[in-house]
Structures are given as structure tokens and as C-alpha cells.
Design a protein around this ligand. Structure first.
Ligand SMILES: Cc1cc2nc3c(=O)[nH]c(=O)nc-3n(C[C@H](O)[C@H](O)[C@H](O)COP(=O)(O)OP(=O)(O)OC[C@H]3O[C@@H](n4cnc5c(N)ncnc54)[C@H](O)[C@@H]3O)c2cc1C
Ligand code: SF4
Length: 475
């Protein structure tokens, strides 16, 4: 192990952030890369536990955290890079945007601050690129079989990367102008700069993966076309059916789904053209974001940078507790109150609020009628919201962003054309090999497991690739 008793010598040190007054003027990353000397001290805090819960329970990719920490403490960066890449296809993504369930599962979290695992992971992956340890790894042998992956979000990329490394010929079809899925078009640059996505795509191209962008499968090309040309297909189209809020006034202009708003800002920053009539901006407006998760907080940070006059985040759920509740025992996800970097930049946050109506003026939204709710047992052990009489209030809003999550992939052309079935939750039905109800067609990521996390999408892509290899064999 690293430094015995290192956790007694060093306190946890979190990422440092650029000052709010500076970062609100641009979309550049808010986190500052950690200094090597500090990262090594942070790695020294690891206790090399006999049962490393960070690795077993915490990380969906089973990153070998204690060994990684030890290698970093000793400055053995090349070995750390190789070890990290053996479990995580894209540590440069997970180290930037993963909520780090490994840190919640860290044994130190029981009565101290957990090891700053995400920060250490970022240092390893950036060292890998800086020193050239991460470079194209072209497979020694190529099999004859060809595989089509539809969708280039983290699950499609992980499926493609794993299969390509195993020696299959992989073509990724993506309807967007550029690959990346939510990594590119959902998450703002201030959390994940797109040069990081471009860097990985360039590497995958050098390794032999073919990307066909601007191709909407099911519309531009049919599934029959793919069936005729490929030995197996993986659909990784994401869970993009947004949850709606159909209250009176829903038809007014100025009410948008969060993903539509974030996509436009990412397209503009990425040099893609957005027609003025399609653009959505918060500049000079009072903005209400309904739904306070990751997506809501990305809308907040984006609206503040666009020059919103004010932003209110309205969440129907109660404020999470500051300390781990009995209902969420260690080493599981703590479910405690968190503030994203965007929450620290401004905007007001309200909890236990339901929206009952959108108010309009000349066809455009200008506000909302809201009411406070309390969560009560419905008699069947389920908590349901109930309006608190006399608590109604109005919220000013010329731009309303709906960030209520996603209800699965829906029944789009891709799903129809492939002829795959949904499961009871509305996701694409798969078996233990990740194969859908159509032989030779597999599904990965949010499309089959429902909206989740990037780390889970990558893990799912890996296991889908393994299922496809088992199905195809090697020839
Ligand atoms: C705004 C936002 C912020 C988020 N922030 C975080 C975060 O900070 N941390 C985290 O861990 N998770 C976050 N998530 C969740 C995470 O991004 C998703 O769980 C993850 O991206 C799912 O990956 P995926 O590959 O399954 O799908 P997606 O990333 O949705 O990718 C699906 C891809 O398939 C393409 N596609 C769909 N249909 C077709 C078709 N017919 N033909 C061709 N291409 C097609 C789409 O264009 C898209 O590129 C966030 C989600 C959102 C919406
Ligand atoms: S649980 Fe925490 S202290 Fe223990 S091995 Fe993992 S990172 Fe180190």
C-alpha cells in the first residue's frame, strides 16, 4: 500500500474551481486540473482496505481503486494509466462528470472524508494523454465480422471501442453532426470541454473505428440495409423521450425541453449553425428550470452564462438531508444534499414545489402558478405529493426549461424499423447477453436500462460487447 496512516497526515482536498466572477463570462471548464504533488498526497490517504468497497460496490466499472491510488502515490504513472484503461474505456469522461459512487462507498467516508478518487482518476488520464501513454492501440488481428453500432453516446462508444479492440470491424452510425451523444450535445463545456470528446474520437478513428455521422438510422437508411451488410447490430440510441408537464398554458411559446436548450448552446459553441428562429436564449430573461437534477443544474449554469436576469430552480422533491439518512446505509449512494458548480454560481433553489399552470401574454409564457407540496404516505407505502392549501405563489419566467427526466427511448423510427420490443418499463427488452427480441440485434446504455449515468452507460457498453462476441464467435 501507499503511505501507512496517510489519511492521518493529509486532509481531503477537493478540486479547485475558477472564481465565479471569472467563469460566468465563458464556457470553459470550471474545475482546475490538480497539481501532481497534491494528487499524490491525496492518493496517500488510501488505506488499501482488505475489502475495498470503492472497487467492489462503488464503481460500476470495477476500477481497481486501491492499486491505482498506490501507483499514483509512488509516481508510477504509466502503470496507473494501463491499469485504469484495463477497466475504463474513457477515464477522461468519467473523471470529469461521474458523481463518483466510489467515493460514497469509500471506507474513510464512514467517519472521515473519502479519498478523492475522481480527482486522482482525472490526474491519471490527463497524465496518460500528456505523456503519450494513451495512444492508438490497433488490434493485431482483424476478424471478418462486421458490426454496426447505432448511436455514439458513451454506451455506443464503449461498445464500439471494446469490439474494435477485440478485432471486429466496427462502424458507428450517428444522427448528430458529430459523435458523442449527451457527452457532446447535453453536458455543457464548463463541465466537459468538447476537445476531450474530440480527442477520444480521433483516437478511436486511428484505431480503426469508422464513424458515419449525420445518418438517422430508420429514416436515412433502413435497418434492412444494415442487416444485409453487418453480422450484428447494437442499438445505443439513448433514452430521449422527455417527461412533459401538461398543465394549462403548456402550448405557450418560451417553454422548452432542457435537452433542446442545452443542445443549441453546445451546437453554437461547437461551430455548428443554429437558425436564429430555432435558437433558445436566456439573455435578459427571468428563467424557471423545472427539475433540479444534473440536467437542471446544467441549464442553470448555461442560462447564467447567457446573461439571464434571474434563474429559479423548482424541484418537486424535498431537499435531501445533509447527513446520510438511515434509509441509505453505507456503502450505497448517500443521497445527501449536493451543490453543483452551477448552484454555486447563482440562481435560487426551491424544494417541494409543483407547477399548476403556465401564465401567458400574447401567446408567450411570462410566468407560472406554483404551489408547495408535502410528501405523504398513500397507504401503500408509497410517498406521493399533496398540495399544501394556501401556499400558492407566482414565478416570473419568460423562459421555462423542463428538466423532468426521460421516459425511455419511446417508439421512434429506429425502434419500429428494427422491430425490437419494449419491456414493462418502456425500455428496450434485452436478455442476459444484451440481445433484443430480434436475433443479432443488441441494445446498450440508456436505451435498454433507462436513464442513468455515464459510468453505467460505459459499463453497459462493455457487457453488450461481450454478449455480441459470445453470439458471433470469432472468424
Ligand atoms: C443534460 C444531461 C446531463 C447529464 N449529466 C450527467 C453527468 O454529469 N454525469 C453522468 O454520469 N451522467 C449524466 N447524464 C446522463 C448520461 O449522459 C446518460 O446516462 C448517458 O449519456 C447515456 O448514454 P447512451 O450512450 O446510452 O445515450 P446518449 O448519450 O443519449 O447517446 C445516444 C446517441 O444515439 C444517437 N441516436 C439515437 N437514435 C439514432 C438513430 N436512429 N440513428 C443514429 N443515431 C441515433 C443520438 O443522437 C445520441 O448521439 C446527463 C444527462 C443529460 C440529459
Ligand atoms: S475504500 Fe477508500 S480507503 Fe479503502 S481502498 Fe478504497 S479508496 Fe482506499
Amino acid at each position: 500500500m501507499g503511505k501507512p496512516g496517510g489519511f492521518l497526515d493529509f486532509e481531503r482536498k477537493d478540486f479547485e474551481y475558477r472564481p465565479v466572477a471569472e467563469r460566468l463570462h465563458d464556457f470553459k471548464p470550471v474545475e482546475l486540473p490538480p497539481l501532481e504533488i497534491e494528487v499524490r498526497a491525496q492518493a496517500a490517504r488510501c488505506m488499501d482496505c482488505g475489502t475495498p468497497f470503492c472497487h467492489g460496490c462503488g464503481c460500476p466499472l470495477a476500477n481497481v481503486v486501491p492499486e491505482l491510488n498506490d501507483l499514483v502515490y509512488r509516481g508510477r504513472w504509466k502503470e496507473a494509466v494501463d491499469l485504469l484503461l484495463s477497466t475504463d474505456n474513457f477515464p477522461e469522461f468519467t473523471s470529469r462528470v461521474c458523481p463518483a459512487p466510489c467515493e460514497c462507498a469509500c471506507v474513510l467516508d464512514i467517519n472521515d472524508d473519502p479519498v478523492s478518487i475522481r480527482q486522482i482518476e482525472m490526474a491519471i488520464s490527463e497524465k496518460g494523454f500528456e505523456k503519450g501513454y494513451i495512444r492508438p492501440r490497433v488490434p493485431m488481428t482483424r476478424f471478418r465480422q462486421k458490426i454496426a453500432v447505432i448511436g455514439s453516446g458513451p454506451s455506443g462508444l464503449a461498445t464500439a471501442d471494446t469490439l474494435n479492440r477485440a478485432g471486429y470491424n466496427v462502424t458507428v452510425y450517428e444522427r448528430g453532426q458529430k459523435p458523442g451523444g449527451i457527452l457532446r450535445y447535453g453536458i455543457p463545456d464548463f463541465k466537459l470541454e468538447k476537445r476531450v470528446v474530440d480527442r477520444r474520437i480521433a483516437l478511436m478513428v486511428q484505431e480503426g473505428v469508422v464513424f458515419e455521422t449525420g445518418v438517422n438510422v430508420g429514416e436515412d437508411i433502413s435497418c434492412n440495409y444494415l442487416n444485409d451488410r453487418f453480422d450484428a447490430i447494437c442499438i445505443a440510441g439513448g433514452a430521449r423521450l422527455p417527461r412533459d408537464l401538461k398543465v394549462p398554458g403548456h402550448e405557450l411559446t418560451g417553454i422548452h425541453f432542457a435537452m433542446a436548450y442545452l443542445t443549441r448552446q453546445n451546437q453554437k459553441l461547437g461551430g455548428e449553425s443554429v437558425r436564429p428562429e430555432d435558437d433558445i436564449t436566456a439573455e435578459g430573461k427571468a428563467v424557471a428550470v423545472i427539475g433540479g437534477g444534473d440536467t437542471g443544474s446544467d441549464c442553470l449554469g448555461t442560462a447564467l452564462r447567457q446573461g439571464a436576469r434571474k434563474v429559479e430552480l423548482l424541484e418537486i422533491m424535498p431537499r435531501p438531508p445533509d447527513a446520510r439518512p438511515d434509509s441509505a446505509p453505507w456503502p450505497g449512494w448517500a443521497g445527501t444534499y449536493r451543490e453543483s458548480s452551477s448552484n454555486k454560481e447563482g440562481g435560487a433553489r426551491r424544494w417541494c414545489v409543483a407547477t399548476s399552470e403556465f401564465i401567458g401574454k400574447e401567446g408567450a409564457v411570462c410566468g407560472m402558478k406554483c404551489v408547495e407540496v408535502e410528501w405523504k404516505d398513500d397507504g401503500n407505502g408509497r410517498k406521493v405529493p399533496s398540495e399544501v392549501p394556501g401556499t400558492g405563489f407566482d414565478v416570473e419566467a419568460q423562459l421555462v426549461l423542463l428538466s423532468l427526466g426521460f421516459a425511455g427511448p419511446g417508439n421512434n423510427k429506429l425502434v419500429e424499423d428494427m422491430g425490437v420490443e419494449h419491456d414493462a418499463k418502456g425500455n428496450i427488452k434485452v436478455d442476459e447477453r444484451h440481445m433484443t427480441t430480434v436475433a443479432g440485434v443488441f441494445a446498450a446504455g440508456d436505451m435498454s436500462r433507462g436513464q442513468s449515468l455515464i459510468v453505467r452507460a460505459i459499463a453497459d457498453g462493455q457487457s453488450t460487447a461481450r454478449g455480441m462476441i459470445e453470439y458471433l464467435g470469432r472468424s
